[in-house]
Design a protein around this ligand. Structure first.
Ligand SMILES: Nc1ncnc2c1ncn2[C@@H]1O[C@H](COP(=O)(O)OP(=O)(O)OP(=O)(O)O)[C@@H](O)[C@H]1O
Ligand SMILES: [Mg+2]
Length: 448
């Protein structure tokens, strides 16, 4: 469960809890008799009754139960005095008055807690009485306990709950809406063409799904930016590459006009340059098809057949340089793939090897399955100058031509196409200079 889930969960829960708490408090206040019946119930006077209790105690000690009885009777008849009671163990008052059970319970609990609102007196016969005065409306001095402050009106907790949940909801809505607003403006900026926009910077310290969304957005924009840059560079390189043969064709035409005797030579030049332009456009089309995913039909490819065919085609070129091709395929190898793409990848690497190896040297092609049987390795090695270590990482870039290449015969797209074709097959291509000289290109393809 994601962090955003818990944030939503806690916020909604707390808002409901606050509102529910307010309603609950209101309900409780409304129905709690202790709070609502403030002072209506008879109560035992506590501190303020002390002088009357002292007097009653004195009379009892002097004149016994009878003296106390008449003292109580006097209090009973004088409305200016608080009602004074003396109850025995059975809750019976000395004057035979009815004593409410809650008053008896109060008296017992006050006596147990040695409160000076109740005196415990004992007769010679062992009878115990609890002596206490009741709070009387007529005797405010006997106020039993400070009056409870009025309970808050029930609308107060509801209103409080309402406002707290309002603030809560407002803050949470702002908290959740802010990153979405930021993302929205980031989207708008990117849609407006500003590919330098990043959303994560504005997300602060967040660590939730919205922050992840910001990171994913940034990743997406970086990828788009990269791809746009690559395309722009390619477009720039393509125009540059097309311009050179075109310029040469125009020069040749100009020369042919000026010197008609050179027409055959110029025509030959024009043919060569147009062939170069044709090759260039062909390779560019191959790249664009690969990028667009127009890659033909997936089939079971017989690697033996594929490599043999390429090697046979290349022999003519190799022979003209007295280059020997040493072909070595270990057993029958089949894999699921696109025949034309694989063929193009291997052919580009092999043609490079033949092109760059020394005359009278050897190019080796070795194909074998890896130890696990899940990978096909095609190693193509030559005996040429290899590639400068600083150039090794660039040789797959479009239009890259190394220091050893003959610029007039190179376009610099062969390895770019090979890499893309192999990536389509989830394969890899590694290049390294051999210790004994020459380049080793290793093609690795998964065999399923
Ligand atoms: N076997 C090799 N030996 C030495 N350098 C090589 C070898 N293979 C490739 N390179 C270097 O890598 C560069 C890029 O190779 P790539 O095949 O992409 O282009 P290219 O051969 O120059 O032109 P083309 O598009 O006609 O193939 C070459 O220009 C060359 O400098
Ligand atoms: Mg090449």
């Amino acid at each position: 469960m994601g962090t955003l889930f818990w944030k939503f969960f806690i916020v909604i829960w707390l808002a409901l809890l606050t509102m529910g708490g307010g309603m609950g408090a209101a309900f409780w206040l409304r129905h709690n008799p202790a709070l609502n019946a403030n002072g209506a119930e008879p109560q035992i006077a506590v501190n303020s009754a002390a002088p009357y209790l002292n007097a009653a105690n004195l009379i009892f000690s002097k004149s016994g139960v009878n003296g106390l009885r008449s003292f109580l009777a006097e209090f009973r008849h004088n409305p200016a005095l608080p009602p004074l009671f003396a109850t025995d163990d059975f809750g019976k008052d000395l004057l035979g008055r009815e004593v409410a059970p809650n008053i008896l319970a109060q008296a017992k609990s006050l006596a147990a807690s040695h409160s000076n609102g109740v005196r415990r007196i004992k007769t010679g016969e062992g009878q115990t009485y609890l002596l206490f005065a009741l709070y009387s409306e007529n005797n405010p001095s006997t106020n039993p306990r400070p009056l409870q402050p009025d309970p808050p009106p029930p609308w107060l907790p509801i209103t409080l709950g309402f406002f707290i949940s309002l603030i809560f909801s407002g803050v949470s809505a702002w908290y959740f809406a802010k990153p979405i607003r930021q993302l929205r403006s980031a989207f708008a900026a990117v849609a407006g063409g500003d590919l330098n926009t990043r959303a994560d910077r504005t997300m602060g310290q967040r660590h939730d799904e919205l922050a992840d969304l910001g990171k994913n957005f940034d990743h997406m924009v970086s990828q788009i930016q990269l791809s746009v840059n690559v395309q722009q560079r390619l477009l720039h390189d393509v125009s540059h590459e097309l311009r050179s043969p075109l310029a040469r064709i125009q020069t040749a035409i100009g020369l042919a006009y000026q010197q008609p005797d050179k027409i055959p030579l110029m025509l030959e030049r024009i043919e060569k340059e147009s062939q170069r332009m044709n090759d260039l456009i062909g390779e560019l089309l191959a790249i664009s098809r690969l990028e667009a995913g127009v890659i033909g039909k997936l089939e079971v490819v017989d690697i033996n057949e594929l490599i043999t065919e390429i090697v046979e085609d290349a022999r003519l070129e190799a022979d003209s340089k007295n280059v020997e091709i040493d072909l070595n395929i270990a057993g029958e190898i089949f894999l699921q793939g696109y025949y034309d793409l694989l063929s193009r990848a291997v052919e580009n690497v092999l043609r490079n090897a033949i092109k760059y190896t020394r005359s009278h040297s050897k190019v080796s092609v070795d194909a074998k399955l890896g130890v696990s049987g899940h990978q096909l390795h095609i190693d193509i090695t030559d005996q040429g100058p290899g590639v400068a270590e600083t150039e090794l990482s660039s040789i797959f870039d479009p239009f890259f031509r190394g220091s050893h290449s003959q610029k007039s015969q190179s376009i610099g797209l062969g390895l770019t196409i090979a890499l893309k074709a192999l990536e389509t097959h989830h394969g890899k291509i590694n290049v390294s200079n051999r210790v004994e000289g020459g380049l080793k290109v290793e093609i690795i393809l998964p065999v399923t």
